[in-house]
Ligand binder design. Structure first.
Ligand SMILES: *Cc1c(COP(=O)(O)O)cnc(C)c1O
Length: 378
């Protein structure tokens, strides 16, 4: 017997993802390569599925953060170039070599360890040089390039196939710090060249940089959130026709009828002031829904209805008194569109007191993913 589907799920529209990639590709000047950043399960969409669609519709390369993420992609048969963002620790390096992963390297210690390893294997191993241009997280410090560039150039078994930096702020109206970072990056690339390291792939742009800083496109852009149809901020440039890939839905599993004065949920924080009907949706903060109380809305029968009481770990309750036609089995939308109405990622981010990225990756693994479309998934 097959296991029945849980009546609450994340829906991923792979045809929509493909269309977003087509539109982004059409917007991007031809010679610029497109690297799809699909860390953390492609921001919650499911990495192997998203990778296949991306590679079939305009992405040239992939990047993830952890070794596990990269190996999982290789295990599903994906052969495309994979760049590892973030810092590596020495025990991870042999697997990079073995599985043809390109580590982004930001220290001489890791570079020389990888060099010795590649040398012993009789290989010349590709790496990309990660430059700290002002984010102050990972990478070789741009100010000290005169020190580390010659040392890097002297390592015989490494081949530098790219140089990259990362913006601390690219999606706000004020681009002045982003431009400073780009100037530091240009100077670093020039110093690397002088040290004998030609930078075949220079990249610094994330979605914000791609949208708003054409001078940051260089040889390649690294996009994570934009292909999902979600903008990094409310102020950056729009690409016509992009639309969100992810929705979250649930079926009404119970309807309670309350007399005035009854309360709903833990702590009895919502009280009916009229005869009320309450619909129960079978997902809660244990699935990644924001843990709000008497705040937020969902869509039912094409209308917005308010969440009442506190969201529990496994369920949340909504007031459907105004919608007498709602029945158990009706489909509710917690993120995404229903009819003319939409709950946006930004709306949930505001509820969660966080950012859109956090909402996308925040759906927990126990909430199943259902995929729509994706005929290219062969
Ligand atoms: C996550 C990430 C990206 C993608 O950023 P988006 O804003 O999602 O496009 C690009 N580069 C690095 C280094 C990242 O960590």
């Amino acid at each position: 017997m097959s296991v029945p589907l849980r009546p609450a799920w994340v829906e991923i529209d792979l045809d929509r993802l493909a269309e977003n990639f087509r539109r982004i590709r059409a917007d991007l000047p031809r010679p610029v390569r497109l690297l799809y950043v699909l860390k953390d399960e492609a921001y919650g969409q499911g990495a192997p599925e998203a990778a296949r669609v991306a590679l079939g519709h305009g992405a040239d390369e992939l990047a993830v953060y952890t070794l596990d993420e990269a190996l999982a992609l290789r295990r599903t048969g994906i052969q495309a170039p994979i760049l590892l963002l973030g810092e590596r620790v020495p025990p991870e390096l042999p697997a990079c070599l073995e599985h043809n992963l390109v580590p982004g390297i930001g220290s001489l210690e890791i570079a020389s360890t990888f060099d010795r390893l590649a040398g012993r294997a009789g290989r010349r191993a590709p790496i990309q040089v990660k430059v700290n241009t002002g984010m102050n997280r990972f990478g070789f410090p741009w100010r000290e390039v005169a020190h580390w560039a010659p040392a890097l150039a002297s390592l015989p078994s490494l081949q530098v196939t790219g140089v990259f930096g990362h913006f601390a702020q690219s999606d706000e109206t004020d681009k002045s710090f982003a431009r400073e970072q780009l100037a530091h990056f240009d100077a670093t690339v020039a110093a690397l060249l002088a040290a004998g390291i030609p930078a075949c792939r220079r990249h610094h742009a994330n979605s914000g940089g791609f949208l708003d800083l054409p001078e940051s496109h260089l040889d390649l852009v690294r996009l994570g959130i934009l292909p999902l149809g979600v903008y990094p901020s409310s102020v950056c440039r729009r690409i016509p026709g992009l639309a969100p890939v992810m929705s979250v839905k649930a079926l009404v599993t119970a309807v309670q009828t309350l007399p005035p004065g009854d309360t709903v949920g833990y702590g009895m924080r919502w009280r009916a002031d009229r005869p009320s009907r309450i619909a129960v949706l079978p997902l809660g903060y244990g699935d990644g829904f924001p843990r709000v109380r008497n705040e937020g809305q969902v869509l039912l029968r094409g209308r917005r209805v308010p969440i009442v009481g506190g969201v529990t770990m496994d369920a949340l309750m909504v007031d459907i008194t105004e919608l007498p036609e709602v029945r158990p089995g009706d489909e509710a939308v917690l993120l995404g569109r229903q009819g003319d109405m939409e709950i946006t990622v930004q709306e949930l981010a505001t509820l969660k007191r966080s950012v859109t990225y956090d909402v996308l990756v925040g759906w927990r693994a126990r909430l199943p993913r259902r995929y729509l479309g994706g005929i290219d998934r062969t």
